[in-house]
Design a binder for this molecule. Sequence first.
Ligand code: C2O
Length: 544
Amino acid sequence: MDRGQLSAIMKEMGTARSRRDLLRVIGRAAIGGLGASLVARGLGDGSLSADITPAIAEEKPGTGQAYIRPNLHGLDPYGPELQAYADAVKAMQALPSTDPLSWAYQANIHATWFDPPPPEPAPPSPEPPGWTTCEHGSLYFWPWHRMYLYWFEQIIRAMSGFTDFALPYWDYTNPGQRVLPAPFRDPASPLFVAARDVDVNGGTPPGVNVPESVFNICNGLSQTAFPFAAGGLESTPHGSVHIWVAGGRQNPPSFGWMAAFTTAGRDPVFWLHHANIDRLWESWLNLGNLNPADSAWLDNDVNSGNGRPYAFFDVNGDPVTTQRVVHEVVDAATQLGYTYEALADLSGCPGFMIRPPREEAPAGTPAATPEPALEFGSSAPEGGVSVGPAPAEVPVDLARPDDAAAIARAGGATILTLEGIHGHGVPAVLVEVYVNLPAGQEPDFRSPYYVGNLNLFGLLQPDQEHQAMQSMTQQFDIARNVTALEAAGEWTGELQVSLVPYFTGEAAPLETTAATPAAAGATPAERIPDGPWVTVERIVMTSG
Ligand code: C2O
């Protein structure tokens, strides 16, 4: 199937959207005054534009203005905003790690850095309030990071004395905005961190070794069920950008700070990256999608993995009693008093938006999906699937492929699950997942074969201890792929899963010793790490 056929299918789906759905989306969009152009685009190519600035926002206390989180690249690199950020970071770095306002304490709220040992001494036991409470791979990923940023932003405002400060967001989906502003790359600035990818710190735009899918927002934003939207965007761009910014090399081993939970918060870029991820939550809601409505989600205030209560601190370093429970942070404008300069631009996502937004909270199972979930097929090769440096191809025989296609067509979910994903000490690895990629066809994330990227943030660790702890399961809703493949006559029941790896880190130094003569003629680009980079234990396809 070519792109033309695919877009014809998507066009039909776009026009099949119910009038009520469209009206609701238009109604929200009209708040931003761009309703008419949204309608035109929504009907034209099956995608929706969300490049809309919300008009509702709480006022800054006593000023008559709301905080507007600005686009990082719209700021003067040497202007007051980034100067304020640098000043605050510097002041926070000067405080002891036991002070909640210190740079170390704030980063330890994400995850405590005690391994590798310096610069911090062994952590106090028990750990201070709030440490190691970050939420990943759970339904609390978005709200927890929103709370974390909200309180951090106020501390930056106070520490810098720049009362207008609002966290800038880094919109790397725009190819022209991938190079960090100069102060982040200047070793003399508090915004600089050495433990980053060489090209990121060198001001070189991502090259051919960094696949465009790293920056892809379309898969996640096109999901209408909260778990798949949040999980999809947590994977890409969130996890992928962490890995890309971190960079690193295998030999001698080096891992950038952005690659691990324990160190990510020490990089000032982390916070701008997460402002963008928070902006994607706003963008997703602005499409007409809904957050979970159940009290288990809304009332949560403890880490879902380790049971530690969320704890954040105000500008005096005192623990806060508000904006630390999920239901207190679901509306950025009215509960937290900020909006974004612009929401995500979805003009690059034709063909991805196959379903209208949900009417109901995602707890409801789509009517077309039978209960309980059907297992269509699985594969668990002896010794697991090894990915990197070579791609892996995993055949999965499917029973009842027609049922899978019918579910996808009716708007239900068909799920591809990858279980037992492990890292093996190789940094800077990205893995794209495709289904039924035709032999000889270049992998392209815009094609109907692309499923998503593995979320390897936190999995690529230099030490065995962390790797043993970290085994991840990841799920993708492949309804979009199944529907497109079926329409093109390419859905046959022989599911072929391709795992396409990329190494975005630094080449190992050339070895010129007599013991390794073969290396002498190799170019640096060829000096990529030995495999396996990642292994996967089992792949299974089920209904939602
Ligand atoms: Cu809790 Cu991007 O990380």
